[in-house]
Design a protein around this ligand. Structure first.
Ligand SMILES: C[S@@+](CC[C@H](N)C(=O)[O-])C[C@H]1O[C@@H](n2cnc3c(N)ncnc32)[C@H](O)[C@@H]1O
Length: 237
């Protein structure tokens, strides 16, 4: 490894490494036992995503699911008539997702890649959805994340996410962006306030931001320790 810094990309790679070196957690291990009591292991779609489709009447088109995990939201969207591309770095999660899609006779384009390496035709998606991936993105990659979302979503299309409420039951580290590098850790995922989410995604128009509804035994997933936000991309962007 050359370990010299010649351009901005070298700085980003160095910062990736700084956090990775301290990381004991690994998504492949996390998905290796499907019977673990992890709320989002159940094959239930996010309650807010169901609401965007049913109450906000998002019409089926092309959807991109970022950090799709075992595909519960991708499968829901495909069943509702969307053409879905779903990306995740975990091989095990995607195996599980493919099985889920197959069981229902659905076609989902599962892509085993870092979201930042997924080839995206510019402005080709009607919806980009992220359930629980954004809060695992280190702050130095946030600009890349915004560029990805901006490039992927059509003018007039939608971006929606769920992410940790700071100090919530499921996680949500209260540390500052600078502390991530002092601590060399995302501490299991960053927590956000609604104001901070609005600030980060200020180029898009916020249609709704609220805590998820707690859902148990409803066939949907929801936890009030997660924010749910729906944004619309202006026609001129
Ligand atoms: C909390 S899980 C959520 C999984 C899924 N969205 C769900 O809600 O069921 C976060 C997922 O993001 C994936 N992930 C994190 N960073 C990623 C990246 N840079 N590129 C692709 N996937 C990523 C992880 O592998 C993991 O499956």
């Amino acid at each position: 490894m050359k370990e010299t810094i010649a351009d901005m990309n070298d700085i980003l790679l160095m910062l990736d490494q700084l956090i990775l070196e301290e990381k004991k957690f690994n998504w492949e291990d996390f998905y290796s036992d499907r019977n673990r009591n992890v709320p989002f292991f159940l094959n239930h779609p996010d309650e807010n995503l169901v609401s965007y489709c049913n109450d906000f009447k998002l019409s089926p088109g092309h959807a991109l699911d970022l950090g799709c995990g075992p595909g519960r939201n991708a499968v829901f969207l495909a069943e509702a008539g969307w053409q879905v591309t779903a990306a995740d770095t975990s091989v095990k999660a995607l195996e599980w997702g493919r099985e889920r899609a197959q069981e229902r006779g659905l076609a989902v384009n599962f892509v085993n890649q870092n979201i930042f390496h997924v080839e995206v035709d510019p402005h080709s998606f009607d919806l980009v959805y992220d359930s629980g991936c954004f809060h695992h993105i280190p702050p130095h990659r946030r600009l890349d994340y915004l560029q990805l979302v901006n490039r992927a979503v059509k003018p007039g299309g939608y971006f929606a996410l769920t992410c940790f409420v700071t100090g919530g039951e499921l996680g949500g580290s209260p540390q500052s962006d600078w502390d991530v590098y002092r601590n060399r850790s995302l501490q299991g995922g960053l927590g956000f306030s609604s104001e901070r989410i609005l600030e980060i995604f200020h180029d898009f128009k916020c249609i709704e931001i609220r805590k998820m509804k707690d859902c148990q035994g409803t066939g949907q997933f929801g936890s009030s320790s997660l924010w749910a936000a729906l944004f619309k991309k202006p026609e001129h962007l």
